[in-house]
Design a protein around this ligand. Structure first.
Ligand code: ACM
Length: 654
């Protein structure tokens, strides 16, 4: 008992922030955080620092539940005379914490780090003593949110900006127009939002509010108006911009569609000139994104006047026509003093050197752009709509293959952006599709290249999830499951499941923007933390059951719950599609219990038993109701251990 208490009251371990700092040296002792906590600022006379100080104090109060009245100087923020952009130094000792930065951005990042250090200790909340020196690896660390395919109200953007700031992301790429919706108020061309948005658009005042909100948090806002393809919503109000006569209506399906701007008419460029004039004034950032991706040339090929234009201008292919169009648009963007960004497809020999390429098609495309002298940002491998695990994204580095790029080319890569396309995402589910997974991408873009330990990343991901909740990020999983009315077993099934991404969903059924995203698949996250922990335990058992008593007990409890869970689900129109999934989980629980029995008792399983069970659970791999049964993995680990020892092979050592 005495020993147990000593363990419980041992000094709290230093909790590493996410993204992991470049240098962090833990020291003895800790700083107490109580209701007297106060932050003092020296050397900054900047409203952004003042509001960040207020926000941090409020956040610490929310994170700890302590009503903070202030009064005692606990954290001092000082302006340093030296230090690169965004860097900061943070010293926490039992007496006080000191944060030094030479820029506002550095101070903001340091405040975020400080709030992450606060944990419950033996006697109260505390921040462990530590010396941190930190700076970003890449200057461009972005998140793209598609607000066209599913409308995202202003509060979604606000809370995601807070979350971005928490993990030191600094660029919101706001995808504002696509076939399914035009989302910004234009005063010059009001039919854009009047006819192209179903009434869901941001007013110019709301846009200014978001830009100020983001700036307060050290985040730039880069708008994207995707042209010349992905433009159906523009043509509902302005069919004359299209390459084929209308009428047009807002697209309700997902995919790549034919409506495309007419590159052959001067009126198109006159319209875009006025439109860009208005929007470049509304969005103050230096960068302006014009999309340029996935142009379907059908309308161009079918139009006699466009074909005649192409011949007259020696534009032999659709790619040539696209290059002509992009070149004209680039000139307009430049005229308004902005730097253009486009997706891979805008790359062509005529492009100005300062145009930035956002690469979604792969490392070769990014390398190609950099070899031609363009700055680049990587989004390939950072597509959140594919619902890959955090570890998948974590392994993708913007400093792509050294074979593809020399040092000069590598230096042109500014960073990367996580992309949240919203075909299968609503305001209710978007947070759970972005977070916490995007924090792993944020770490890839901030921390040293050699910070690659996946288990350690997942530990930080668990910790950052709590921080993200304190800034207002909501998974909504539990409330969605409760709303389904499926009984207590639904939560257990959800913890054992993972939602499929766009690839699995688009082939499963016909979706449109009018199909409700209120099913089990929409509630469960793309990655199950429960199953990941169970798999780790199973690995420990597999490598030596004798030393894994606690893990065996935990696995037994989980498998027992699974095996009985099928009776805990109530049938209704939303849960009926889950019947095979739920049966599979129950069977898996039973198999897992037997496997544990063999491993923990040392009794041999009948010959081929494990091999047969492996085959059986293999058939459970097939998704049910657009959900993957993640729970297979810990059971498979145990079965493989049994199969390996039965055949005398030494699988673990291979
Ligand atoms: C894209 O995914 N079409 C940029």
């Amino acid at each position: 008992m005495k020993i147990l208490l000593a363990v419980l009251l041992a000094p709290m371990l230093y909790s590493t922030p996410m993204p992991q700092p470049w240098k962090s040296v833990p020291a003895a002792g800790h700083l107490v955080i109580d209701s007297n906590f106060a932050i003092e600022v020296h050397g900054f006379t900047d409203a952004r620092v003042d509001s960040a100080v207020r926000r941090s104090t409020a956040r610490i109060s929310r994170q700890t539940g302590i009503p903070i009245i202030g009064g005692k100087r606990v954290l001092v923020v000082e302006r340093a005379t030296e230090g690169a952009d965004e860097s900061y130094v943070l010293d926490v000792s039992p007496e006080k914490a000191v944060l030094e930065a030479s820029t506002v951005e550095g101070a903001l990042h340091g405040l975020e780090t400080f709030t992450q250090l606060i944990m419950p200790g033996a006697e109260g909340f505390e921040a462990a003593s530590v010396h941190i020196e930190d700076h970003p690896r890449f200057p461009w660390r972005g998140l793209m949110i598609d607000c066209s395919r599913h409308w995202m109200p202003i509060e979604v953007i606000e809370r995601n900006l807070d979350a971005m700031a928490a993990v030191k992301l600094n660029a919101l790429h706001w995808h504002l127009s696509d076939d399914q919706g035009f989302r910004v108020e234009s005063k010059r061309f009001p039919k854009l939002q009047q006819f192209g948005s179903d009434g869901h658009f941001y007013t110019q005042d709301q846009v200014r509010h978001i830009i100020a909100y983001a700036r307060d948090r050290g985040i730039r806002v880069v708008p994207e108006f995707d042209i010349p393809g992905h433009t159906t919503s523009w043509f509902v109000g302005y069919p004359e911009l299209a390459s084929a006569p209308g009428p047009y209506s807002i697209e309700r399906s997902w995919g790549i569609f034919q409506p495309t701007m007419d590159p052959s008419r001067e009126e198109t460029y006159k319209f875009l000139d006025k439109f860009l004039g208005e929007m470049t004034a509304l969005f103050p950032d230096q960068y302006f994104h014009v999309g340029g991706d996935e142009v379907d040339p059908t309308q161009w090929k079918q139009s006699a006047s466009i074909q005649a234009f192409a011949r007259a201008h020696h534009l032999k292919t659709p790619d040539d026509l696209q290059a002509y169009f992009i070149h004209r648009v680039e000139g307009l963007v430049k005229k308004y003093g902005k730097t253009m960004i486009g997706w891979d497809e805008v790359l062509n020999p005529e492009l100005q050197a300062d145009t930035l390429i956002q690469s979604w098609r792969g490392p070769a495309a990014l390398a190609n752009a950099a070899r031609k002298g363009h700055h680049g940002i990587l989004s390939y491998g950072y597509y959140l709509d594919h619902m890959n695990p955090a570890s998948f994204h974590y392994a993708i580095d913007p400093q792509i293959d050294q074979q593809l790029l020399d040092d000069k080319g590598a230096s042109l890569i500014l960073g990367g952006e996580a992309c949240m396309w919203t075909e299968y995402v609503t305001p209710e589910t978007v947070d759970s599709r972005i977070w916490p997974i995007a924090a792993a991408i944020a770490e890839r873009l901030w921390s040293p290249k050699d910070v690659t330990n996946v288990d350690s990343m997942y530990d930080r991901l668990d910790a950052i999830s709590r921080v993200l909740e304190s800034v207002g990020i909501r998974s909504n999983e539990q409330s969605m499951l409760r709303r389904m009315g499926g009984g207590p077993g639904l939560r257990v099934l959800a913890d054992a499941s993972e939602s499929l991404g766009i690839d699995g969903r688009q082939v499963a059924r016909k979706y449109t923007s009018l199909v409700p995203l209120n099913r089990f698949v929409d509630a469960v996250p793309p990655e199950s933390p429960t199953v990941r922990r169970l798999e780790q335990m199973a690995q420990k058992v597999a490598s030596g059951p004798a030393g894994a008593k606690a893990e065996i007990a935990r696995l037994r409890a989980a498998f027992t719950e699974w095996s009985a869970n099928d009776t805990q689900i109530d049938g209704n129109f939303l849960t009926s599609e889950l019947i095979p999934l739920s049966r599979n989980l129950s069977n898996l629980g039973s198999v897992g219990l037997r496997a544990l029995e063999y491993l923990s008792s040392g009794k041999s399983a009948p010959p081929d038993w494990a091999a047969q069970q492996l085959q059986e659970i293999g058939s459970m791999e097939k998704p049910v109701a657009e959900v993957r049964l993640a729970a297979i993995s810990p059971v498979r680990v145990l079965l493989k251990a049994i199969a390996g020892s039965a055949s005398g092979s030494v699988e673990e050592h291979k």
